[in-house]
Design a protein around this ligand. Structure first.
Ligand code: WQD
Length: 390
């Protein structure tokens, strides 16, 4: 069954492509590479053992989107393509509204015109705004968004809810918390263009020496150590949840419905805890300093994942239900990082050197977590002189 994955070369998109193939689907990517690298496609090919079809295209192109939906005989769509940096969205609101909402409107229009009803939408925990308390359930009241990015997701959800009420559209909004990590092969990972806006790629690139120092945005928040609290979820758990959501939509007999799901672990950790954990697991200090607060940040948000027991009313099947509730998805950031460490340890034999070119560490360094295990980045190739592969 052919599934269109918009933004399929991006961080969450590429990992979801892997999970889709593993589940027996045939993903078809649409991506304009505005914040991703074409090299992701070769990583995907190595992981799944075949080419993944990719159309280089802006999702705002209505005629082209319709043609792809028709020609590729698409049965469902997972829509990732969007801008996602909270700070940047406050500086470039028009670009965010145009890209995030324009592409959603174009896509839904094209889907309806082609008679395709299954849609999984990349939403975000930013839809909760600054919640009165955490953890948040899907029923937690939606507050005004703290950022333009968050507002594009709030409005995106409303568009889908309203369209699903009157048109044959089966849509699910998945509210992501903060995805981290990479596929165990490290052939794909978080690979933003330019200077990363998100925390984890900045941490990993700093550890690898590509960035001088991490700036922690504010340590005067009302939290135990003064830094913001987030719910860091492993990217593979997030990817698998998309497959579960898609199967749920495909299996639903109704011709239209709309629902929302939190995709988090149920545990909040501070930014400083994440940094300290990274230092502990990697065995090396991470240069960082404290800077001013970032505009648009909420203080604390993490997911309540316990409340979906009655989801079985929708008969998604036990497997889907479990995946969507994310039990045991990682009870701490530490565990999430350990998950990267495992494949790395297994492959640390001299014979493996050079086999996994995206794993780097300083020459002569021993032990600890290879910084490449958390991500992959193309500039790393220029460091080949100084570093060697695991
Ligand atoms: C996390 C924390 C920053 C960078 C956004 C989306 C969310 C999601 C992930 C999907 C904040 C602090 C950051 C840095 C820092 N989704 N930080 N120094 O804004 O929570 O969430 O990305 O794709 O939907 O809204 O993530 O990683 O930008 O920030 O101190 O250099 O790290 O202030 O407290 P955010 P983030």
């Amino acid at each position: 069954m052919n599934i269109l994955v918009t933004g399929g070369a991006g961080f969450i998109g590429s990992h979801t492509v892997v999970s889709l193939v593993e589940a027996g689907f045939n993903p078809v990517i649409v991506d304009d590479f505005s914040n991703s690298e074409p090299s992701v496609l070769s990583g995907l090919k190595k992981i799944v053992g075949r080419e993944v079809s990719c159309h280089v295209l802006d999702c705002n192109n209505y005629p082209a989107m319709r043609q792809i939906l028709r020609d590729e005989k698409i049965a469902g769509v997972i829509h990732f393509a969007a801008f996602k940096a909270v700070g940047e969205s406050m500086q470039e609101p028009l670009a965010y509204y145009r890209n995030n909402l324009g592409s959603l409107l174009t896509l839904v229009d094209a889907m309806l015109a082609e008679g395709i009803s299954n849609l999984i939408f990349s939403s975000s925990c930013t839809v909760y705004g600054e919640p009165d308390t955490s953890p948040v359930t899907e029923q937690t009241p939606i507050k005004p968004a703290a950022s333009v990015y968050g507002n594009t997701k709030q409005v995106g959800e409303e568009i889908l809810r309203d369209v699903s009420a009157v048109k044959p559209l089966k849509s699910l909004s998945l509210r992501y918390f903060n995805p981290i990590g990479a596929h165990p092969s490290a052939l794909i990972g978080e690979l933003p263009r330019g200077v990363p806006s998100n925390l984890v790629p900045f941490v990993t690139q700093t550890a690898a020496g590509l960035r001088e120092s991490l700036t922690i945005f504010g340590n005067d928040y009302p939290t135990p150590d003064g830094t913001c609290i987030r719910d860091f979820i492993h990217i593979m758990d997030l990817a698998e949840a998309h497959v579960a959501a898609l199967q749920y939509a495909l299996n639903k007999s109704e011709s239209s419905f709309y629902d929302t799901f939190n995709l988090g672990t149920g545990q909040g950790n501070t930014v400083l805890e994440l940094v300290k954990t990274f230092e502990k697991v990697s065995g090396k200090p991470l240069p960082y300093s404290i800077g001013p607060r970032r505009e648009g940040d909420v203080v604390a948000v993490w997911a309540d994942v316990k409340n979906r027991a009655n989801y079985s009313a929708g008969k998604p099947g036990v497997r889907s239900r479990k995946r969507l509730r994310m039990p045991g998805a990682g009870s701490s950031v530490y565990r999430l990082y350990l998950r990267h460490d495992e494949p790395h340890r297994k492959s640390r034999s001299p014979g493996q050197r050079g086999v996994r070119p995206l794993h780097y560490r300083r020459r002569g360094e021993r032990g600890g977590l290879c910084t490449g295990c958390c991500f992959a980045w193309p500039e790393s190739r220029t460091y080949r002189e100084d570093r060697f592969c695991c």
